[in-house]
Write a protein that binds this ligand. Sequence first.
Ligand code: 13P
Ligand code: SF4
Length: 378
Amino acid sequence: MATYLPMLNEVERASIDERQPLPDRYRGLDDEQMDRRIAAARATLGSRLLILGHHYQRDEVIKFADYVGDSFKLSRYCGTRPDAEFVVFCGVHFMAESADVLCAPHQKVILPDLAAGCSMADMAEIDQLEHCWRDLEAMGIDSVIPVTYINSTAAIKAFVGEHGGIVCTSGNAAGVMTWAWGQGERILFLPDQHLGRNTAYKMGVPLDQMVVWDPNEFDGGLAADEALAATLLLWKGHCSVHERFTVQQIALVREQHPGVRVIVHPEVPWDVVQAADDSGSTEYILKQVRESAPGSIWAVGTEVHLVNRLAHEVAPGKTVISLDQLGCLCSTMFRVSPNHLLWILEELVDGRVHNQIVVPEAQQHWVRVALDRMLEVV
Ligand code: 13P
Ligand code: SF4
């Protein structure tokens, strides 16, 4: 039965029709065969192809990336390769959406597995944000600048852009928040309460100036005077991967490895950042560990693929371990497999585009405004 897809243009309709699973012939291939075929497809596509990889991708995928980075570096890089007709984004959905907006119109952004989403981005839905905005107005709370973490949907970013707000990443959140407080009295920060709280606290904002807005509660679960007294309204969202890190893990690692330095991503809860020695984006973590003195011991609180790669990369004599002894995996990042990459590339060689990410035209403009503000500010 045909699906009725209202208000979509041809490209958007095509991308939805392509939500097919990985074809059977791409399952069960051995590593050597996949490596050889991926390399061959890459060589055939040449400069028409750009493969981007986020630090949390697995080794079997990241080794084929032309450029690897955190979400800020990747979003800045997108516009620098207009010769690439196909941008294959090995990361998650919201990253590919940002890339689609920042790339030129002739470039096609492809996500190898459309199921590679982000549980945090899913915690802020556009109708919840519209509701929140109306509630804040009704409570008499004005002069609010919305700031959204890049880990959010295009619809959220478009709303933020249209309402005088801005996007941030974990690498530039402090600079962005400084800008936002220059524009209005208070910030509505979404979807990650931890990144918002950790960043503002590091900037010197006391915890009693922050309140949590729960989108599932009437009026966000706040009385008007509580919201009015706050300079930072934190959306009740989080990353289910980074929430696994605990203060107890830090105590244990300090006991087992005297002299260890603990570094965590700012998506971890506030008490964990306080117990750690340092915190920062994935790119920041890599820099600190790489530049540390020989003999240093690090316990790293972020996704396990980054941690393991760093552990193998650092010079002998330096030690890198995961703060979570079971390892902490982002299962949606993990969805992008070499099998998916091979399928996408071989189909491109044959002239077929699958899994293209297209931000609807109605959102493009305001998403771009919100992203451009970020790129100008920091
Ligand atoms: P970075 O901004 O540090 O790349 O992190 C993105 C992310 O999804 C962390 O969970
Ligand atoms: Fe989303 Fe967390 Fe995975 Fe990052 S680690 S992509 S925030 S679910």
